[in-house]
Design a protein around this ligand. Structure first.
Ligand code: RB5
Length: 148
């Protein structure tokens, strides 16, 4: 199950991604927002991140104007590795090397065609494990140091 979320700045891109998931029979849960009316991105970053942390959803895709604010918010939840991505190479690497569990995209940064390419690659790339797991464990150690 893919958790989807956005603020108003990423709403249209979220809807495009939702249509792509529907066309490809990929299950998702939409955590809002539900229009282009102005809202605050931390709420939606948090909702998606908590759905991943609780294991209700396996991965998340979140959108705001730049992808930055909503990703910073999601990354405050322990266990979340959210990557803001604007190119296909980083989409692949964020899964292979960083085991990113949330993808953040900026509707005002990239076009919808590129965004969907990034989504496809990100959803279809596996974590490579091995030495990369050791590095991710060190990220978890940082969280533990601050009781997160
Ligand atoms: C909203 O205007 C905008 O600040 C937000 O979508 C995002 O880009 C924040 O990082």
């Amino acid at each position: 199950m893919i958790a989807l979320g956005s603020d108003h700045g990423g709403y249209n891109l979220k809807e495009t991604i939702k249509a792509y998931l529907e066309e490809n029979n990929i299950p998702y849960k939409d955590f809002g927002t539900n229009s282009t009316e102005s809202v605050d991105y931390p709420e939606f970053g948090q909702k998606v991140a908590e759905a991943i942390r609780s294991k209700e959803c396996e991965k998340g895709i979140i959108c705001c104007g730049t992808g930055i604010g909503i990703s910073i918010s999601a990354n405050k939840v322990p266990g979340i590795r959210c990557a803001v991505v604007s190119d296909t190479f980083s989409a692949q690497m964020s899964r292979e090397h960083n085991n990113a569990n949330i993808l953040a995209l900026g509707e005002r940064v990239i076009g919808q065609g590129l965004a969907l390419e990034i989504v496809k690659i990100w959803l279809n790339t596996q974590f490579a494990g091995d030495r990369h797991q050791r590095r991710i464990d060190k990220i978890t150690d940082i969280e533990k140091k601050y009781n997160r």
